[in-house]
Every structure is written in structure tokens, then in C-alpha cells.
Design a protein around this ligand. Structure first.
Ligand SMILES: *Cc1c(COP(=O)(O)O)cnc(C)c1O
Length: 420
């Protein structure tokens, strides 16, 4: 099965006659599977080199003739309404990335046998565009991080990779076109959803021969319209979100559907979100679609420590997580804080609480920036995360939100804020 495909592939790419003869000779030589696999890898790598990448200069724009009415700011619901246009870029194994197109927002038409519907060839990103009130410039927050992560996700499920700077440039073009959907008030932004799907029409389980990368955009308001609201979590000990060697560190659609039932179960018992634990030791990992931060006082030294789970492949590498860590190292460490990426057990949190050493807990992600946590339910025990009855957020969560928002809206000049 492998051989004819190798030969076909050898004939269709732009190699010299001599190279093709070499590849054919290699392929016809009865060898072990691993050498054939290496050969296929080499062909795939060669193909990547020869086939066109995303080319922003080829962008074709078709503007809508029926612009949507803007939803009043206070009625915006996350991910419910979308802008006038979408960005689409098709890819085929033989032609590479085709010319990018911005078109009116519209339905996709796909054959029921398309591989995304059967084997979950899908990955996505979540990022935002902000309008700076000072000069009305449009800005993206660390888009290079999203592009790198998306390439990591797509490569893991045999979808094509792409030039992240080129896609960022195109997203910028789309943001400019949709500018009227982005208010400049703090808390408002344009949520961007780059998505890639395998589009080959086949029930065969294999690498998709074609793909579609598209970007849709949804205007969003503040996550907490009436100010912070601390959330209560239920620690989930009967199901796991991700495991070593798995794909928990990739933004694959397939990672999210299985999280809904535990989330519903927690909601039924009155909790906003469930907290994912891992292993016998019950290490804390993530909460919903956010990374988790715990502020704790050291038992012996009394030193304050900001702790989050290490990137061991089971944790989504949040852009917000990385930003919180960097800001903490820059602005909290000089004030005596210790910043750690390390394992923390549920038991350690419970112990810190009982000894009065648990200072604060918060989630971190693009949607809310930070989500303060009031209580965690664990094995019938209710852990109080340190907020006063009258408080909705702790000091560190508030500081982080202020610092990150300041950069996102251009109050503070910072290399993380990229003008489009
Ligand atoms: C997207 C996501 C996050 C947060 O990532 P950000 O880049 O900070 O938005 C955290 N955990 C999971 C499971 C996610 O899907």
C-alpha cells in the first residue's frame, strides 16, 4: 500500500530526474518498515519545502452587501454573534496553501463523509483584538504564541502547518475590515477563532489530503459586566481531562466535548466549574478552559509563592498563563514572591488552608484574563481559598488583570501588544 503512494508522490513534486530515480530505487528496495517510514518523512519534508505557504499578498476580498446591525454593547453574549466576514484558506496535499480569501460570513458546505465529522480532524485557537482608546489603533496580544500553538496542534493531528506571521497579517486585515464591531471601552474586544479542519471526503483513517483554515470573529464584552465574581469549583476525582503522552497540551476540539458531562455534574451541585485533578496524588491541573494559579505561604519560611502546574504535556500552554508568570517574575519577585511551575497536590492546598497559609486562587485564560476562586469542594470538604466574605477577587488576581489589560489596550507600551 505504501509503495505506490511513495512512487506517485515522487513523480508529482518538483524534483530533479536524478532525485526521482534515487527515491524510486530506494522505494523499490525491499526494506524494513522504518526505512520506508523515514523515506515518507523525507518526502513529506521535501513537499513542505516546495509547496506554497500562506501568502498574504494573494488575499482576495469580497465584501458583504448586507452589513449586520451592531448588537448593543450590553447585550453581547460570548460567541453568540459574529462579524460580517470570515477569512478562509484552503490547503491541498498537492498544491499547498491556496490564495487566502475574505468573504461574507457564510455556511460551509461539506460532504457528510468529510473526515472532520468522523475522526475529529479539528484544532482551534482563541485570541482577541483590542482597540486602543488613545489612538484607535487595533492590537493583537502576543499573536505569535497563538500561531505557534496552533501549528503544534495541527501537526499533532496530521493537518498542515503554516507560516504564523502570514496568518497574523491576514487576521490583521480582517480586524481592520471589522473595525466597527470593536468598541474601545475596557473589557470589550473582538474574540478571534482561528480553526482548522480536515476536509478530505473519505472514511479511510489517514492523514487528510485537504484542509480548510478559517477565522471567524465575535465581538465580546467584559467577562464580568458588573465587576469580578469569584467562582466555586468542584474537584473532579472520577474523570481525567488529559494524561501523560496524550494531547492535553493541544487545542484539539476532541479534548473539549468529553469535559462537558463532568462540568454539568459539578453545575448540578451548584459549582461554576470543575477542577481537573490527575493521578493518585491528585495533582491540580486546570479549571474548565483556564490554567490555575495558587498563592500559598511557605510552611517553614513564610515566603509567599505563586504556583501553577508545570508544562508536562497534560496542561494547555496558556498565553495568559505565560503572561502571568512573566509579569510575576518581573514585578512580584522583587517584592519577595517566589514564582514556581511545579506540582501541587489537592492535599497541599487543603493543608495550607487549614494552617491559614492559603492566600488566593485564580484561573487564567484569554476570555476572563483572571477568574478568582472562592471555594473548592474536595472529598466532601469545602476549602476556603482566602477571599473575604465581601471580596470578589484577591490582590494578585486584581494586579494581574490590571497589568495585562493595560498592555492589551495600549495604556502601557509593551512588545506583547502588536498593532495590526
Ligand atoms: C485555551 C485554554 C486555556 C487558556 O489559554 P489562553 O491562551 O490563556 O487563552 C487553558 N486551558 C485550556 C484547556 C484551554 O483550552
Amino acid at each position: 500500500m505504501l509503495l505506490p503512494r511513495l512512487l506517485r508522490s515522487a513523480n508529482t513534486t518538483s524534483r530533479s530526474f536524478k532525485q526521482i530515480q534515487q527515491i524510486k530505487a530506494q522505494a523499490q528496495n525491499p526494506r524494513s518498515f522504518s526505512s520506508q517510514w523515514r523515506l515518507q518523512q523525507q518526502l513529506a519534508e521535501d513537499d513542505m519545502k516546495h509547496l506554497p505557504d500562506i501568502d498574504p499578498s494573494k488575499l482576495e476580498v469580497t465584501k458583504t452587501i448586507t452589513p449586520k446591525e451592531l448588537v448593543p454593547n450590553q447585550d453581547l453574549v460570548f460567541g453568540r454573534t459574529f462579524t460580517d466576514h470570515m477569512l478562509s484558506i484552503e490547503w491541498t496535499a498537492s498544491q499547498g496553501w491556496l490564495a487566502p480569501r475574505i468573504t461574507p460570513y457564510q455556511n460551509l458546505s461539506l460532504d457528510p463523509a468529510t473526515c472532520v465529522f468522523h475522526y475529529a480532524f479539528e484544532c482551534f485557537e482563541g485570541m482577541k483584538a483590542y482597540k486602543c482608546p488613545k489612538d484607535n489603533s487595533l492590537r493583537l496580544f502576543r499573536p505569535d504564541k497563538n500561531m505557534k500553538r496552533m501549528n503544534g496542534s495541527s501537526a499533532r493531528i496530521a493537518l498542515p502547518t503554516f507560516d504564523g506571521d502570514a496568518l497574523t497579517k491576514l487576521i490583521g486585515e480582517m480586524c481592520k475590515l471589522e473595525e466597527r464591531f470593536i468598541p474601545s471601552e475596557k473589557g470589550y474586544s473582538l474574540y478571534l477563532r482561528p480553526t482548522m479542519i480536515g476536509t478530505q471526503r473519505t472514511l479511510g483513517v489517514g492523514p487528510p489530503g485537504s484542509a480548510l483554515l478559517y477565522v471567524i470573529a465575535s465581538p465580546v464584552g467584559p467577562y464580568y459586566p458588573t465587576g469580578f465574581k469569584a467562582i466555586n469549583l468542584e474537584a473532579t476525582d472520577y474523570a481525567v481531562r488529559a494524561w501523560p503522552g496524550g494531547v492535553g497540551d493541544k487545542k484539539l476540539g476532541a479534548n473539549y466535548a468529553p469535559c462537558i458531562v463532568p462540568q454539568l455534574k459539578a453545575a448540578k451541585r451548584g459549582f461554576h466549574q470543575n477542577l481537573w485533578l490527575f493521578g493518585e496524588e491528585e495533582y491540580i491541573t486546570e479549571v474548565g478552559t483556564m490554567n490555575l494559579f495558587v498563592c500559598i505561604k511557605n510552611k517553614e519560611t513564610g515566603e509567599k509563592e505563586l504556583v501553577t502546574a508545570p508544562l508536562d504535556g497534560t496542561i494547555l500552554e496558556g498565553v495568559t498563563r505565560d503572561s502571568v508568570l512573566a509579569l510575576a517574575r518581573e514585578r512580584l519577585e522583587p517584592k519577595g514572591w517566589k514564582v514556581s511551575e511545579r506540582y501541587l497536590r489537592m492535599k497541599d492546598i487543603a493543608e495550607a488552608e487549614s494552617e491559614g497559609r492559603l492566600i488566593e486562587v485564580f484561573g487564567a485564560g484569554t476570555a476572563a484574563i483572571v477568574a478568582p476562586v472562592r471555594k473548592i469542594s474536595w472529598k466532601g470538604q469545602m476549602i476556603d481559598c482566602g477571599l473575604k466574605e465581601t471580596e470578589e477577587a484577591g490582590e494578585i488576581a486584581l494586579k494581574m488583570k490590571g497589568w495585562i489589560e493595560g498592555i492589551q489596550y495600549g495604556d502601557e507600551d509593551h512588545p506583547w501588544s502588536v498593532k495590526v
